[in-house]
Design a binder for this molecule. Structure first.
Ligand SMILES: *[C@@H]1O[C@H](CO)[C@@H](O)[C@H](O)[C@H]1NC(C)=O
Ligand SMILES: *[C@@H]1O[C@H](CO)[C@@H](O)[C@H](O)[C@H]1NC(C)=O
Ligand SMILES: *[C@@H]1O[C@H](CO)[C@@H](O)[C@H](O)[C@H]1NC(C)=O
Ligand SMILES: *[C@@H]1O[C@H](CO)[C@@H](O)[C@H](O)[C@H]1NC(C)=O
Ligand SMILES: *[C@@H]1O[C@H](CO)[C@@H](O)[C@H](O)[C@H]1NC(C)=O
Ligand SMILES: *[C@@H]1O[C@H](CO)[C@@H](O)[C@H](O)[C@H]1NC(C)=O
Length: 370
């Protein structure tokens, strides 16, 4: 091929049009042909970019490689050693934030917030190894996710608090205890003895249009509510939150978005971890039942009116035995909050093998709002 083109290049000198007015065009043409012949002989017809071959298959032996393209909220976690195994008992999972490992990555993770704020962009210019997954990660409710219509056909998997996400990352979960502690009636008693306030609430974001504000305003006509937080100018340092709430019979775990499976630390941390019984407003009763045992929370949809809810709470606080039944689940479960992005990302490896090999979210917006 090259030889042939070289001959052509020589023959250009003697061809019939060369001494006419277009020698420049011919020099360009010859240069182009030489350039192409070089690449044709080296890499095959017009294949200028590298091709992935079987030798280059992604991953690293039995390790999956999960690449965090940038850190959520810009907060970097250290990844020295085998973090997933050492910290979370998840073996075979190499978590990295080194973009140079892109070509080995089984999955690349993109946190939504930075894309939405245009602080980060997707590397759509990079050739993607076959089988590599792009994962969309978000902990925001649909109403805080902005316009997702331009992310059609971009992501292969979703990773959110929703149970039906490919990689579910709830804000918290209950873990069944290994051995049920039969002598632990005292758990309920010690929690119950600490109580002095009926209903407590921590709120920083006051929006009169939120359903939770309307419910709060009706509720205080029936029973007293201790309100903490920025809105009420009674801020609580995070170290004081659990000890303060441990004195409350009930905690208002009122979400600011009423969306499918959107159950945040207001349940797992503020209520369950403090020992207050959560009164929940947000996702449907079915969503709560799917992740929390019955008699561990009080859903406002179970009441015909807010007055009835208030009356129920007051009665319950006056009936030690019945109130203690709302704490009985603690014998069988312990609460786990998922705070760490490292742990969340390590969980990709737990699900990786079970997930559909070839997928793409053709309409992410529809999935998120659906
Ligand atoms: C594979 O991943 C492990 C764990 O991070 C690392 O120690 C090892 O050097 C990697 N091997 C290759 C060939 O990249
Ligand atoms: C069982 O409960 C008692 C009382 O709450 C506690 O002292 C003990 O450590 C518990 N044992 C286990 C194995 O959890
Ligand atoms: C009782 O209240 C104190 C704070 O006043 C708290 O430190 C402790 O954990 C509470 N006990 C229980 C069982 O909730
Ligand atoms: C609370 O107790 C009062 C008095 O016993 C009773 O009339 C009322 O129906 C109870 N409220 C609820 C919601 O159970
Ligand atoms: C993956 O599938 C296996 C076999 O069906 C199952 O035992 C395992 O629990 C699944 N893992 C997850 C994280 O769903
Ligand atoms: C991932 O999604 C892209 C669309 O962005 C698609 O072209 C690719 O085939 C999908 N890959 C896998 C392994 O599902």
């Amino acid at each position: 091929m090259e030889l042939h083109l070289t001959e052509k290049a020589v023959s250009v000198e003697t061809c019939s049009f060369c001494h006419k007015k277009k020698p420049f065009v011919f020099i360009c043409l010859v240069t182009l042909l030489l350039f192409l012949s070089y690449h044709i002989s080296k890499q095959g017809w017009l294949q200028v970019e590298p091709l992935y071959t079987n030798q280059d298959t992604i991953g690293n032996g039995s390790f999956l490689t999960i690449l965090v393209w940038y850190w959520p909220f810009g907060y970097r976690y250290p990844l020295e050693g085998d973090v997933c195994k050492d910290q979370y008992h998840i073996p075979g999972c190499r978590l990295t934030d080194q973009r140079s490992l892109y070509h080995q990555a089984n999955a690349v993770v993109f946190h939504h917030r930075e894309l939405q704020q245009r602080l980060q962009v997707l590397p759509l210019n990079l050739l993607r190894p076959p089988h590599q997954k792009r994962i969309w990660v978000s902990l925001e409710s649909p109403e805080n996710s902005g316009d997702l219509s331009h992310y059609s056909n971009v992501f292969n998997w979703t990773m959110t608090y929703r149970r039906d996400a490919d990689i579910p990352i709830p804000y918290g979960e209950l873990i069944r205890k290994q051995a049920v502690n039969s002598s632990s009636d005292s758990i309920e008693d010690s929690i119950t003895q600490n109580k002095s306030k009926l209903v407590c609430w921590v709120v920083s974001n006051y929006n009169a249009r939120h359903r939770r504000i309307q419910v709060y305003k009706s509720l205080i006509k029936t029973i007293p509510v201790e309100v903490y937080g920025k809105w009420n100018k009674r801020p609580l340092a995070s170290a004081n939150l659990l000890p303060t709430m441990s004195h409350c019979y009930f905690y208002l775990s009122f979400e600011n978005s009423l969306s499918k499976d959107y159950i945040t630390e207001k349940l797992w941390h503020n209520a369950y971890m403090s020992g207050a019984v959560p009164v929940v407003l947000g996702a449907s009763l079915e969503d709560y039942k799917a992740v929390a045992p019955p008699n561990s929370f009080i859903h406002i949809d179970d009441f015909a009116s807010v007055e009835e809810l208030g009356s129920y709470l007051r009665n319950l606080s006056q009936n030690q035995q019945k109130y203690a039944s709302y704490q009985a689940w603690r014998r069988d479960y312990k609460v786990k909050c998922l705070w760490s992005w490292v742990e969340r990302f390590c969980r990709i490896c737990l699900h990786h093998h079970n997930l559909s090999a070839q997928t793409v979210y053709q309409d992410l917006q529809a999935w998120v709002t659906g």
